[in-house]
Design a protein around this ligand. Structure first.
Ligand code: PMP
Length: 368
């Protein structure tokens, strides 16, 4: 075969030699490219064409920026999947849920407190909670590390805590609940969807974040939303988005609407995106269990792993990142997640090629 027909992983006249590109397999990023084959199959039904005159205004449907139709479909999707109680809650759109993390902190931190609120999460936690909080150096909140450090602290009673709770958790897939009594909580529900997790019951927390990146895999569109119970919190999050970016790109909203509409229309068929995603994760290898049937309804019994949370146990002070890199795999260091250097995270939701490379290299590494 000519070189140009080889995929990203191989080159040469018969596509059999691994070139520079595969010297290191990039498994640090949680890019859900495993869903791309599904969207290729539905290329026509998910295509978006936008005429030059369309959606030019700052406004959408007479509202600041959020189109009603998209909001309606988000509510419908939650209802059909049964993962969140959206009725009676307000919705705010964000540029990915990344923008909403900081918006939510601003909304929950009291303006009139004499000291900044303490932002915490349970180890291992998603790194952006710490990096964003530290980066913005807000006067009303500051990063205060792991919840474990505050559990038995006498100082804790003098502080206002804002806790990030991710369930299922990134990186280790654990179900989590708030650790500190009385804390204000931001529930990050990025992975509470049927291809990553069993859907136990509709989540009904005061402030929940979701992202298109993990649902349909459209991480590049940068679209997420918050479901909010309290009107005051809603107004503050809305004010943050208005001040920060004056809303979310209308083009992004149109694309989100298209892929969510397509997702919804396929749910009753056996070929829908969630079943496709679930079966991909099962077939993958690390996740494979004997005779795991496709779920007939969304409350599937076992959850596939989205990431591998790996511990190197050869030495007490092992730098697991270097050990894994030596095997040609780029992980994300466990230290970014508040854990020690014996841990790394590997993403299992990238493309099939990435996954196959991971298996080959891990086998070679463990055989050494
Ligand atoms: N929360 C968690 C737990 C995540 O893993 C991610 C993405 N990796 C995000 C939030 C942010 O997602 P995005 O900004 O793409 O919407």
């Amino acid at each position: 075969r000519p070189v140009c027909e080889c995929n990203n992983c191989y080159s040469g006249p018969d596509c059999s030699s691994s070139g520079l590109i595969v010297l290191l397999t990039l498994l640090g990023f949680g890019d859900p490219l495993f869903l791309q084959p599904y969207w290729r199959r539905h290329a026509e039904g998910s295509a978006v064409v936008i005429s030059g005159w369309h959606r030019m205004s700052y406004d959408a449907d007479g509202r600041p920026y959020m189109t009603l139709e998209l909001e309606r479909h988000i509510r419908l999707l939650h209802k059909l999947v049964g993962n969140a109680a959206a009725e009676g809650k307000q919705i705010v759109f964000g540029a990915g849920s990344t923008q909403l993390l900081n918006a939510a902190l601003h909304a929950l931190a009291p303006d009139n407190s004499s000291s900044p609120s303490s932002v915490v999460a349970t180890v291992p936690y998603y790194p952006a909670y710490q990096t964003q909080t530290e980066y913005w150096r807000s006067k009303v909140f500051e990063w205060k590390g792991a919840t474990a450090e505050w559990l038995n602290s006498t100082e804790a009673s003098t502080k206002d805590f804002i806790e990030f709770v991710t369930s299922p958790n990134n990186p280790d897939g654990r179900w989590q609940a708030p650790a500190l009594a009385g804390s204000s909580v931001i529930h990050d529900r990025a992975y509470y969807w049927p291809h990553y997790s069993a859907i136990k019951s509709p989540a009904d927390d005061d402030l929940m974040l979701f992202t298109l990146s993990k649902i349909t895999g459209h991480a590049g569109s940068r679209f997420g939303w918050a479901l909010i119970k309290d009107v005051k919190v809603y107004n503050k999050i809305l004010q943050y988005i208005d001040t920060d970016t004056l809303g979310i790109s209308r083009e992004t909203q149109l694309r989100a609407l298209k892929v969510l509409k397509q997702t919804i229309s396929q749910i009753k068929k056996r070929e829908d995106m969630f079943r496709f995603g679930y079966s991909q994760m099962r077939i993958g290898g690390l996740n494979s269990t004997p005779s795991s049937p496709l779920p007939t309804a969304f409350p599937c019994r076992s959850s596939p792993q989205t990431y591998a949370w790996v511990k190197c146990e050869r030495k007490a002070d092992e730098d697991c990142s270097s050990a894994i890199r030596a095997g040609g795999i780029i992980p994300r260091a466990g230290t970014l997640y508040g854990a020690d250097s014996r841990y790394v995270r590997l993403s299992l939701i990238r493309s099939q090629d990435d996954f196959d490379q991971l298996l080959t290299r891990m086998k070679a590494l463990t055989a050494q």
